[in-house]
Design a protein around this ligand. Structure first.
Ligand SMILES: [Fe+2]
Ligand SMILES: [Fe+2]
Length: 324
């Protein structure tokens, strides 16, 4: 059953006199969309609600993650491993899933919000953009707190306090893009492109676990609460992206559209580099062989709905399709 959080509070709607819903970047409608998001925040935002009781919700007998989300789930070395190692790999999967989400918030989305708040993007200076971006920044900071608390209990209960998690491909690619395009305007547009695409894709990424009632309750509940906020953020960032895109010069516009597929290409990466490191740290038997086989088989990451990205182009009124 859908609840109120599943409604997109910023979906473009026809105003009186409109035959059809307008594009999200259209002036009056854009302000209307952002105003609705601003006024609904008090009621919908997770940060305005009571915290989850992490300790009470933790059930040691439940697995921390879904086996199907492991890139090596069907590998004989995983299937033949002892239960202790299989469960430890699932705990690593949950921790990596969480840390990737935190990295998206802290290294991709929050810096993009700060560009909006600081007025670095001429097309979206002033209200209501600054206030909407400030709300998103508060939301993302609260998501980080929720995730940090859920990770802390996992690490403590599973004896994984020592586990180091290397950088994820998406973040490595962001750094590489920023190094490749050093001019100020390029840096801002790279950050914004990564944020828009990530915010469109993150709801689907969270949905992989938010309905998974067979795993640790605190894990799927944390993910579900996060996902509800993100359904509104997707609309915020599509609106911001569209407003910016349509105010850019042709050269800047071409650059922005050239960057957009990059985060989509890396968002759902299998993260085999991260897996090799984690499995080695927990002494998983034949970890290297298992990861080598996944690499040689060109193992893809989790499957996300790429139609969402084509919908983004439609919302931006760009006649392209994503090729990633
Ligand atoms: Fe978030
Ligand atoms: Fe978000």
């Amino acid at each position: 059953m859908q609840n109120a959080f599943d409604e997109d509070p910023a979906a473009p709607r026809a105003l009186p006199g409109d035959a059809v819903a307008p594009p999200p970047w259209h002036g009056a409608h854009m302000i209307h969309t952002l105003s609705r998001l601003l006024t609904s925040w008090e009621q919908r935002a997770a940060v305005k609600k009571p915290d989850l009781d992490v300790q009470a919700l933790y059930q040691p007998g439940c697995p921390d993650y879904l086996v199907d989300l492991l890139p090596f789930a069907d590998h004989p070395d995983f299937q033949n491993a002892g239960e202790e190692f299989r469960q430890a790999a699932l705990s690593c999967g949950w921790l990596a899933y969480c840390e990737k989400t935190v990295a998206i918030e802290s290294k991709i989305v929050n810096p993009a919000c700060m560009h909006v708040i600081d007025g670095d993007i001429p097309a979206i200076r002033g209200e209501p953009f600054r206030e909407t971006a400030s709300q998103a920044l508060v939301d993302e900071s609260y998501h980080i707190l929720m995730i940090v608390k859920a990770c802390e209990v996992t690490r403590r209960k599973r004896g994984l306090g020592h586990l180091q998690i290397p950088d994820f491909e998406l973040i490595r690619q962001l750094r590489s893009c920023r190094a490749q395009y050093p001019e100020d305007w390029q840096q801002v547009l790279v950050q914004l492109a990564f944020a828009v695409v990530s915010e469109v894709m993150v709801s689907d990424y969270l949905r992989l676990l938010s309905d998974a009632k067979s795993i640790q309750p605190i894990n799927y509940l944390t993910t579900e609460i996060h996902r509800r906020d993100e359904s509104a953020h997707s609309a915020v960032f599509k609106t911001v992206g569209a407003a910016v895109l349509h105010a850019l010069s042709p050269r800047e516009q071409e650059f922005f559209l050239q960057i957009l597929p990059e985060p989509a290409r890396w968002f759902a990466d299998a993260e085999l580099r991260v897996w090799r490191s984690m499995l080695t740290q927990i002494d998983f038997p034949h970890a290297d062989r298992m990861i080598d086989d996944c690499q040689n088989a060109g193992r893809k990451g989790v499957e996300l709905d790429l139609n969402k990205l084509d919908e983004l182009y439609v919302d931006l009124e760009i006649s392209r399709t994503f090729r990633i």
